[in-house]
Design a protein around this ligand. Structure first.
Ligand SMILES: Nc1ncnc2c1ncn2[C@@H]1O[C@H](COP(=O)(O)OP(=O)(O)O)[C@@H](O)[C@H]1O
Ligand SMILES: [Mg+2]
Length: 453
């Protein structure tokens, strides 16, 4: 163990010598001081492990030394053993109160002094070790706190990262949904395109037979008229025949058997019905041709409200007995497009709306503009659609209407047309309440498509 330094303070040199001898013999380094002043000076220069302090000294006495020690930085912890001939208990207590650790009476016994010195030196050492440990602990603590704080920071980072990841995840999900929707749309337009091609082919093939059946029917009707005219002439001839004639009887019989009167009226009706049927086929074929965009169209700047008005004029006969029509024409910039095609779309939507109304109802037409898009909304108070129907309405040939009333081409054709105009059709429908079809069209189509104004 490192040699402990003991400061011995006493005004008698003999005492100092004695202490130096005793302590020196036990391996202590002894700093002698023969006055209080010198003692304090020594403390400042060399911090001793222990102070042996005489109380009664000329000048600065032991009590004063104790008081001053308390005020000296770094020295208040140095253990002090009072070494005094003072036997007065009050003075001893005063010494202890001023910070002394122990008391040894003069004249002292060598062993007792050494034992007390040893104890206090060791105590002081232990105390200082403890202090060191405490301060180490504090350091560790501080380091730990920093570490914890750092970890918390890291945790904060993690939280931010998590939030960021969540956001990234959300936008990925959104992107995926959008991609899926785009894919569905692609599939849909793919389907429609191929259906369109197929239909166009069929329509083309149908054109020929339709035209010759139509012309044949026309001629056939003519022939029937001729034949009936001839049979009527025969009828008159019969009336002037007076001679009984077996052949003529057979004719009468045959006319009766075959119900010739009925044949005359029914044959005409059959031809007429066939002609009407053929007309319907012709309309379907025309629609199909429109659908596959074979019809020629001119693109201009189109005023949607003017288009709606002219279409309303055309369908008015179909609407007027079923519904009232209300209008709310808001400002809508013209769009670049084919007026006849857009009118076709209005027509389809208006006819559908009227057909969806079972008895009587109303149709509301609204126009307006939001940013770079204009809209046309056609609402009806009709029967509405269930989800299943709603999912299929744009499919070519999908119809819920009886044969003769619906071709299932109106909406798919409209969809085609609106897509060609870079727009979209939105549908809102509540079963038994009604539907709203909204067309959105851009006011600025791709620059490459528009002619200079
Ligand atoms: N306004 C509407 N209200 C209710 N159902 C509608 C409406 N418009 C369209 N539909 C439904 O969409 C189907 C397809 O319409 P569309 O393509 O015009 O063919 P079509 O009118 O010849 O049946 C209709 O049969 C009908 O079931
Ligand atoms: Mg329709």
């Amino acid at each position: 163990m490192k040699q402990a330094t003991v400061l011995a303070v006493d005004d008698t040199l003999e005492s100092l010598q004695l202490l130096t001898d005793i302590l020196g013999s036990e391996g202590y380094r002894v700093l002698p001081a023969d006055s209080g002043e010198l003692a304090l000076e020594s403390v400042v220069h060399t911090r001793p492990q222990l102070i042996l302090l005489d109380l009664r000294m000329p000048g600065m006495d032991g009590f004063e030394v104790l008081r001053r020690l308390k005020e000296l930085p770094g020295s208040r912890d140095i253990p002090v053993i009072i070494l005094s001939a003072v036997t007065d208990a009050e003075q001893r207590v005063e010494g202890l109160r001023l910070g002394a650790m122990d008391f040894v009476s003069k004249p002292f016994q060598r062993d007792e002094l050494l034992a007390r010195v040893k104890t206090h030196v060791e105590l002081d050492l232990a105390r200082r070790r403890l202090e060191q440990q405490a301060s180490d602990l504090q350091d560790t603590n501080a380091r730990l706190e920093i570490e914890i704080a750092e970890r918390r920071l890291a945790q904060g980072d993690m939280q931010r990262l998590t939030i960021y990841l969540q956001q990234a995840n959300e936008s990925l999900t959104r992107a995926k949904a959008a991609a899926e929707q785009a894919h569905q749309q692609l599939l849909q337009s793919d389907k429609m395109a191929s259906m369109g091609h197929l239909a166009a082919g069929v329509a083309h093939e149908l054109n020929n037979p339709i035209s010759f059946v139509a012309s044949n029917l026309g001629v056939l009707g003519q022939y029937l008229d001729d034949i009936f005219a001839i049979t009527a002439a025969y009828q008159n001839a019969e009336d002037c025949m007076t001679q009984p004639c077996a052949a003529l009887d057979a004719v009468f019989q045959l006319k009766e058997d075959k119900d010739f009167d009925f044949i005359q009226t029914d044959a005409r009706q059959l031809v007429q019905e066939s002609q009407e049927g053929l007309e319907r086929v012709t309309t379907i074929v025309r629609n199909i041709k429109n659908f596959s965009r074979t019809g020629d169209t001119t693109w201009t700047w189109v005023d949607l409200r003017a288009g709606l008005e002219s279409t309303l004029n055309i369908v008015w006969n179909e609407l007027k007995y079923k519904c009232t029509v209300t209008k709310d024409y808001g400002e809508a910039a013209p769009v670049w497009g084919a007026a006849s095609q857009l009118n076709q779309v209005f027509l389809n939507l208006l006819v559908n709306a009227a057909q969806a109304i079972p008895d009587r109802g109303s149709i509301h037409i609204a126009t307006g503009q939001r940013g770079a898009e204009v809209f046309v909304a056609i609402s009806d108070t009709g029967q509405g659609m269930d989800a299943e129907t709603l999912a299929r309405i744009f499919e070519p040939f999908y119809t819920t209407k009886p044969v003769g009333q619906g071709t299932g081409l109106g909406l798919s054709l409209s969809h085609e047309i609106i897509q060609a105009h870079h727009g979209r059709i939105m549908v809102d429908s509540v079963p038994a309440q009604g539907s709203t079809f909204t067309l959105w069209l851009p006011t600025h189509p791709p620059a490459s498509e528009t002619a200079p104004a």
